[in-house]
Design a protein around this ligand. Structure first.
Ligand code: GSH
Length: 208
């Protein structure tokens, strides 16, 4: 039985989908969390150079580090049975995953902004334009895809999206899942999966 150690920040963000997939697989994993802070004086900045790409999440499998959230998800999904059935189906999953990363990157850019004024302005644009742009696409996609983001069935991108979207919801301080009802149904369905429900019940509570 391989050992799993996930190092990420004490947020959901790009790491929660990995926690959800490992939970779905019924794997025990070490949930190593680092205080989320982006300023140069934070503890993370002392640790950053210890990680090959200076970014998290990093998953260690039997001590072997692997990088890039979506690559990690895809790797685990192979064993979890959460990939598409063929190259075309995997393409549909990757298209959604790539766009979720674009959304996450926009949010990270705001976190990294050291100018208080531009930060407020960028957050306003994120909340009023960026989030509705992506979420209305995903909501319609779920509606047209039998209740899932790709291929009309559960895949790793559903789990990864739900984890990221919870962070977005907390950051914009608006109940986005109430507004986008197809996404709310997707989240409820994912959280009702028995192993995931166990994780949700025991996971640490963080603001985002
Ligand atoms: N492409 C990477 C992006 C990782 C990334 O940007 N992680 C952010 C947190 S969500 C991070 O490590 N930020 C800290 C930093 O850049 O110093 C992935 O998908 O894993």
């Amino acid at each position: 039985m391989p050992t799993y150690k996930l190092t990420y920040f004490d947020i959901k963000g790009l790491g929660e989908g990995i926690r959800l997939i490992l939970s779905y697989m019924g794997k025990d994993f070490e949930d190593n969390r680092i205080a989320f802070a982006t300023d140069p004086t934070s503890p993370w900045h002392k640790l950053k150079s210890e990680f090959k790409y200076g970014r998290l999440p990093v998953l260690e499998i039997d001590g072997q580090p692997i990088y890039q959230s979506s690559a990690i998800c895809r790797y685990l999904a192979n064993e979890a049975g959460l990939l598409g059935a063929n190259a075309w189906e995997n393409l549909q999953i990757d298209i959604i995953a790539g766009s979720v990363k674009d959304l996450a990157a926009e949010l990270m850019a705001i976190f990294r902004d050291r100018n208080a004024d531009t930060k407020v302005e960028k957050m306003k644009v994120f909340k009023e334009k960026t989030v509705p742009f992506y979420l209305s696409i995903y909501d319609k996609t779920v509606k047209d895809n039998n209740g899932y983001l790709a291929n009309g069935k559960l895949s790793w991108v559903d789990l990864w999206f739900v984890g990221c979207a919870e962070t977005v919801e907390a950051v914009v301080e608006e109940p986005i899942f109430d507004k986008y009802t197809n996404l709310k149904a997707l989240k409820d369905k994912v959280y009702a999966l028995p192993n995931i429900k166990k994780w949700i019940d025991k996971r640490p509570k963080y603001r985002f």
